[in-house]
Design a protein around this ligand. Structure first.
Ligand code: CTP
Ligand code: CA
Length: 226
């Protein structure tokens, strides 16, 4: 009953969220990944759904339940996340990139498990850069025209405001959200820094659920104001 009475500021909106880490294979049994619980992205997907949006959640490998009413697409590597996201954002109104995408992947994944050969020699891995999913979506005509509102996240270990400000400009997005340290991986609460072209403001420490609701309300206001 309470949910039914709640305001639905994103009614009729299509929202796409990326969440969790990506996993880049070294061989069939190993890979590299990032630390990310996916909780913030899942909370945003849930809050957007509760705000009335049609939500697609593109999720890297995480063990979290799918929020009720949310369409979930499971992916593993960054390239799969890019393909699934590009498909999902066609016709969408909002894109929120919370995923901790691996910046690099092994240049060549071995088809068979790499075995120790007994000599003590270690494999020499070469890396290539992964596609930047947020930057790619933000460069699209629909994002540039304002039809698709793009929001990025940044996890920095130091100088958050400075890095977030530069990152927002580099990615070409109207809003960039910084996780205010200390590292929030896996925790249930967080504090956020919102950075836009005008300046910045803080969403004080609260549960990820609460922050997700505030961020969704903020996105809804900005879409209306645009
Ligand atoms: N992002 C993305 N695809 C990538 C890398 C990042 O979509 N290959 C998105 C993240 O989901 C996040 C934003 O870009 O919303 C910023 O990610 P971050 O890792 O902080 O920035 P990078 O541009 O990768 O720069 P760096 O890691 O060197 O700070
Ligand atoms: Ca990165």
């Amino acid at each position: 009953i309470v949910a039914a009475l709640a305001p639905k500021p994103l009614q009729g909106c299509r929202v796409v969220v990326t969440a969790g880490p990506t996993f880049e294979a070294i061989d069939p049994v190993r890979g590299i990944t990032n630390l990310s619980s996916g909780k913030m992205g899942f909370a945003i997907a849930r809050a957007a759904r509760e705000a009335g949006a049609d939500v697609t959640l593109v999720a890297g490998p995480v063990h979290l339940p799918t929020p009720r009413g949310v369409r979930r697409v499971d992916v593993r590597a960054a390239q799969e996340m890019l393909a699934a996201t590009e498909q999902a954002v066609a016709g969408a109104d909002v894109f929120v990139a919370t995923a901790a995408v691996a910046d690099w992947r092994p240049a060549q994944a071995a088809h068979e498990k790499i075995k120790k050969d007994g000599s003590g020699q270690t494999p020499q891995l070469g890396f290539v850069e992964n596609p930047d999913i947020l930057a790619a979506v933000a460069r699209s005509d629909r994002a540039r025209s304002g039809a698709l509102y793009c929001v990025g996240f940044a996890a920095e270990s130091h100088d958050l405001l400075q890095h977030a400000t530069t990152k927002r400009a580099r990615k070409g997005v109207p809003l960039l959200v910084g996780n205010i340290g200390p590292a929030t991986f896996g925790q249930d609460d967080n504090a956020l820094l919102l950075v836009d072209a005008q300046g910045h403001r803080e969403l004080p420490r609260a549960s990820k659920r609460r922050l997700a609701q505030e961020l969704v309300a903020e996105i809804a206001r900005r879409r209306v104001a645009r």
